[in-house]
Design a protein around this ligand. Structure first.
Ligand code: BTN
Length: 247
């Protein structure tokens, strides 16, 4: 199979791009090398042997069918919710531009197509003396379906953006990168994030990992939280995991 993402990506973005054939995790790569790399460096791997997802889960990426990208930010102050939301909106914009599909964002930062996940985002911060020093934004997009379908454990919940290889994956990937930087520079994408949200009005189960609550999502709040009506009273959550009560 030909490579999805090639050196040609550099023609489409002014950001420093490191392309790796294989790595444990592009987020790990940046963690190890952040001190010697320029701010805004992007690392893309053809495959990851130990791709990581949120909450200590693994992210299956030991195939060459996806965009496995991490971006190194060196910012003095930051809002992790806003940065991950910017990454989700950047991916949604690229999906809209290069496919006929209508992506949606499942709070906080999974990008869905229909009822299945096409992209996950893992934002991590490295601290020095209690101060955030580096932020690593990891983005994993299923670009095409693996030849023998997704692994059984994720087959029912995962989808890919494209049906075939007839796409300029370099341009798609550079678009994700360029849109992400333009969003974090300009801000002001809250209304787009809200419009892309697939949860408002839905019955969901919210988990903060110590307990689970069932409720109806009322809105995405202005600081990228979620307002859920649980047993008659409304509560705002800033982090946690949502599953659908009935999809
Ligand atoms: C999730 O769905 O829980 C988040 C998945 C994030 C996956 C990306 S792929 C590139 C980067 N490297 C990793 O190990 N994880 C992120």
């Amino acid at each position: 199979m030909s490579e999805l993402i090639t050196q040609r990506i550099r023609e489409y973005t002014d950001k420093e791009i490191i392309l790796l054939d294989e790595v444990d995790s592009t987020n790990n790569y940046l963690k190890k090398n952040a001190h010697r790399l320029e701010a805004n460096t992007c690392v893309i791997a053809k495959k990851q042997t130990a791709g990581r997802g949120r909450r200590g889960k693994s992210f299956l990426s030991n195939n060459e069918n996806g965009l496995y990208l991490s971006v190194l930010l060196k910012l003095k102050s930051f809002d992790a919710g806003e940065i991950t939301a910017a990454a989700a909106v950047a991916v949604a914009r690229a999906i809209k531009r290069f496919s006929y599909k209508q992506p949606k964002i499942k709070w906080v930062n999974d990008v869905y197509i229909g009822t299945k996940k096409a992209c996950g985002i893992l934002c991590e911060a490295l601290f020095d003396n209690g101060k955030p020093q580096y932020i690593i934004v990891g983005i994993g997009v299923n670009l095409i379906k693996p030849q023998n379908d997704f692994d059984e454990e994720i087959r029912d919940i995962a989808t890919a953006v494209f049906e075939n290889n007839d796409v300029d994956f370099d341009l798609f990937s550079a678009t994700v990168i360029n849109e992400f930087f333009s969003l974090i520079d300009k801000k002001g994408f809250l209304s787009e994030y809200k419009e892309l949200s697939m949860l408002v009005g839905k019955k969901v189960i919210f988990s903060d990992f110590s307990s689970e609550k069932e409720g109806i999502v009322q809105e995405i709040t202005d600081d990228f939280g979620i307002l859920i009506n649980v047993e008659g009273s409304s509560k705002i959550f800033k982090s946690g995991e949502i599953t659908f009560a009935n999809f």
